[in-house]
Design a protein around this ligand. Structure first.
Ligand code: GLU
Length: 518
């Protein structure tokens, strides 16, 4: 019988989620939803030394912002579920709360001859490592060294059994088979083979904190949670042979999930993994949300930088996947329909900051004026701008929507529609505010102020241009003089747009100001 698709995103709360991590979550989500399956969030927090307070909350909030909503693992309020229920049959979803589950599985592997107890202290291992390095060799705990170390394979039974009782710092290690070729299938990379001779005996469980390591917890939970596909970053590919062997050792190969390893997100120049430093250097975020670490160091976020979640999701989806057509804009719903692992690229996906902005600009263009106005109002308030009606702000937004990439750009593009310029761009003024131009411009200003029809852009624009043309005055120079008065620079919106918005009174004030200032 075909099993119901169940995939999981299994972050470790060791810091903020990198955008590559969000992409992994997104691809899992798309894969599940396309197949009518379940998307599960599991928190892999068994490494207490790397635990970072606030990271779990950050991860869930980031996924929420993107609209990546799990079927299991997190409740409607965004809390990781701790007790099982009909909707959350596999709770708890935090591995630290599943602690009692893992030991029996580790012990079972020992009993079946797939793992062993190891008693070497950190100092002993350190000394062994130093000794081998001095001889020009690298140390791994594995098939070539294990019999010379202190474990239940190398020691007499009575001796290790006593240590098992009396010591609390032992571990259970996987006994990597010798010289076996592990044959693996990856949904993105195809067939992969690895010889076990180079692989070490990984620690699976630690008596000291009675916690499993990532490998054991991950395999046991994927099995118990009935995961059908594991879609994760390629940094886990080297662990795949061990994971295959663990499924085999447990006798779970029948229901073993299929694997897909996603390539890395690369720096804009394609050389190496995209890092926070690249973002800082080139001026773009690598995290979905802003993050402040324990030292107070701030990492910028897409959300705080003014990206729309739809644009962020869209650009992430396209980093490493393509639909095979020219289409670039996809809503989350459309992505669910179009996504396929077959079209995920094997090579790394290069990040392009300009393209990221392009996506936001496209989404901004598609937004309703009303929604953009809602977003712009608080920005205006933060600039100390008050006293303008919503209707007025909507008119402004309509005029500049096409020119902006972010809502915050509205202010830079057209703050002069709210506050009069107090200074004038020097080189623009030097170029245009000359007597031969401004005497004409002032006549045009009088024409505008005396305009008798209804004062709208549509009414004013034609007659205004006609007036200048019929007098054979230089259109560009005259308009730029007026723009200087209205904007403070020789660039900006059309004169008819500006004056009909701000009104005759304000226009007259600005003309007066420039006359007396320049
Ligand atoms: N906890 C692992 C991580 O943080 C999960 C890897 C996996 O998906 O198996 O990436």
């Amino acid at each position: 019988m075909e099993r119901k698709t169940r995939v999981r995103f299994a972050p470790s709360p060791t810091g903020p989620l990198h955008m590559g991590g969000v992409r992994t979550a997104l691809y899992n989500y798309l894969f599940a939803k396309q197949r009518g399956g379940d998307f599960i969030i599991r928190i892999e927090d068994t490494d207490s030394q790397r635990f970072v307070p606030g990271a779990e909350k950050y991860i869930i909030e980031a996924l929420n912002w993107c609209g990546i909503v799990p079927d299991e693992g997190v409740d409607a309020e965004g809390r990781v579920v701790e007790t099982a229920s009909e909707r959350h049959p596999h709770a708890p979803y935090r591995q630290s709360q599943r602690k009692p589950i893992y030991r029996q599985y580790a012990e079972q592997l020992v009993a079946d001859g797939f793992a062993y107890y190891a008693f070497d202290t950190a100092e002993e291992l350190g000394a062994k490592r130093a000794e081998m390095e001095a001889a020009g060799q690298t140390f791994i705990y594995g098939q070539t060294t294990r019999m010379g170390l202190r474990n239940s394979l190398s020691m007499p039974e009575a001796e290790w059994k006593e240590l098992l009782e009396t010591r609390t710092d032992w571990t259970i290690r996987f006994k990597m088979p010798e010289n076996r070729v592990v044959k693996m299938e990856d949904l993105i990379r195809g067939h992969v083979e690895v010889n076990t001779s180079t692989l070490d005996d990984k620690v699976l469980w630690k008596r000291a904190d009675e916690l499993p390591t990532y490998h054991l917890a991950n395999i046991v939970d994927d099995h118990l949670m009935e995961i059908t596909e594991v879609i994760r970053g390629e940094e886990w590919l080297p662990s795949l042979p061990l994971h295959y062997l663990l499924y085999e050792a447990f006798g779970w190969t029948e229901t073993q999930p299929r694997f897909a390893h996603l390539s890395l997100l690369l720096k804009p120049d394609g050389k190496g993994k995209l890092s926070k430093r690249d973002g800082d250097r080139l001026g773009f975020p690598v995290f979905p949300l802003r993050w402040v670490n324990a030292e107070g160091e701030v990492s910028r976020g897409y959300r705080e930088d003014g990206y729309f979640p739809e644009a962020f999701v869209n650009l992430l989806a396209m980093l490493g996947w393509n639909p095979g057509t020219e289409q670039e804009l996809f809503s989350l719903e459309e992505l669910i329909g179009a996504f396929s692992l077959e079209r995920v690229v094997k090579s790394g996906a290069r990040f392009n900051a300009e393209k990221a902005k392009w996506y936001n600009k496209e989404y901004l263009r598609k937004k309703s004026v009303s929604e953009l106005t809602d977003l712009y109002m608080p920005i205006l308030e933060s600039k100390g701008v008050t006293g303008f009606s919503r209707d007025y702000v909507e008119k402004v937004v309509t005029l500049i929507q096409e020119r902006a990439t972010f809502v915050a750009d509205f202010w830079d593009i057209a703050s002069y529609l709210f506050v009069a310029p107090k200074t004038f761009v020097e080189k623009d003024a030097a170029k245009f505010w000359k007597e031969e131009n401004y005497t004409l411009a002032l006549k045009v200003a009088d024409f505008i102020l005396g305009f008798e029809g209804e004062f709208t852009k549509e009414n004013l624009e034609g007659p205004l241009e006609e007036y200048i043309r019929s007098n054979e005055w230089p259109m560009g120079k005259v308009m730029n003089c007026l723009r200087l008065a209205l904007v403070g620079a020789s660039s900006g919106l059309g004169i008819a747009d500006i004056v009909t918005l701000i009104g005759k009174e304000e226009f007259a004030r600005r003309i007066e100001y420039i006359k007396t200032t320049l």
